[in-house]
Design a protein around this ligand. Structure first.
Ligand SMILES: C[S@@+](CC[C@H](N)C(=O)[O-])C[C@H]1O[C@@H](n2cnc3c(N)ncnc32)[C@H](O)[C@@H]1O
Length: 272
């Protein structure tokens, strides 16, 4: 950390110090990570089971036709040195298309996500909300020191999609409790911010009570520690982990209410 920044931005400097300390301890919280492999599922049949009659591939095809969105991503990604965040930070196109399909199927009034970076997830959510003709995205982002309100935050989001978007700047640990209370309900939640054990668990537990019976909770980067499986245990669920072909990390998927016969009921058996 550069020390002059620490003097100018003491709260962020303290949070960064805490983050680095927690991150160094993460190995203590990885004992159950191998459980995730047992619950790897293909996204299309899993979503079709939760949204009966859903044409997931058709929706993915639909978003692939949104030239303005893909052209912007291609154009900006050609100059990754201009990004505020390393371009590899984002969920990428395949997972973005999955978020699009889920949003089209769920037709949420309120989406809440943590972690904006260059705006992959935000862009696909907002494209789906525009196509639904309803709904609003609230995104929580804690920018790097010295880059508060930097216009490059969420730069991948085309300007014409921004009318349904509110960004809340700050640490999700401070912002989420009040924001979730103000929103009253969160139809679709995506965690993609600080993946350390206690932060991830905190975000999932804070948001879960606000998700209505029809809603869905999603978490990226669940294989970094035990937080997701610990959360699932607490709400009496097995972790369902969606992985698209070619992706390395699964996306945790927890619908608030399971349909009859849908996978996910019960606890994950303890690792031998
Ligand atoms: C993996 S990136 C998000 C990628 C984004 N969802 C996308 O698809 O492009 C993680 C982001 O979380 C932000 N972040 C890290 N810790 C945070 C915290 N405590 N609260 C809010 N945002 C945080 C980082 O600044 C970074 O932009």
């Amino acid at each position: 950390m550069r020390w002059y920044l620490a003097f100018r931005y003491p709260v962020q400097a303290w949070d960064t110090y805490q983050f680095e300390k927690r991150y160094a301890r993460e190995k203590l919280y990885q004992s159950r990570v191998q459980e995730y492999d047992r619950y790897l599922r293909d996204p299309t049949p899993t979503l079709s089971a939760h949204f009966p009659g859903a044409d997931v591939d058709g929706l993915i095809h639909e978003v692939q036709g949104k030239r303005a969105l893909y052209d912007r991503i291609a154009q900006l990604s050609a100059k990754p040195q201009d990004f505020l965040y390393k371009s590899v930070f984002g969920i990428g196109t395949a997972r973005g298309e999955l978020l699009y399909a889920m949003t089209r199927l769920l037709k949420p009034e309120i989406i809440l996500e943590t972690g904006v970076a260059n705006g992959y997830s935000s862009a696909f959510f907002l494209q789906a909300l525009a196509d639904n003709g309803r709904g609003h995205l609230h995104s929580v982002e804690y920018p790097p020191m010295g880059h508060w309100k930097d216009p490059r935050i969420g730069i991948l989001v085309p300007p014409e999609l921004r009318n349904r978007w509110t960004i809340h700047l700050g640490n999700s640990k401070r912002i989420l409790p009040k924001l979730v209370r103000q929103l009253g309900k969160v139809d679709l939640f995506l965690h993609d911010s600080d993946h350390c054990f206690d932060s991830l668990l905190f975000e999932l537990r804070t948001t879960w009570p606000a998700i209505p019976p029809s809603g869905v909770l999603l978490s990226d980067d669940i294989t970094m520690n035990n937080a997701f499986v610990t959360f699932c245990d607490g709400v009496g669920r097995q972790p369902i982990n969606l992985r698209e072909p070619g992706e390395t990390h699964p996306l945790g998927f927890v619908p608030k209410t399971l349909r009859p016969g849908e996978e996910g009921a019960g606890h994950a058996p303890a690792t031998p």
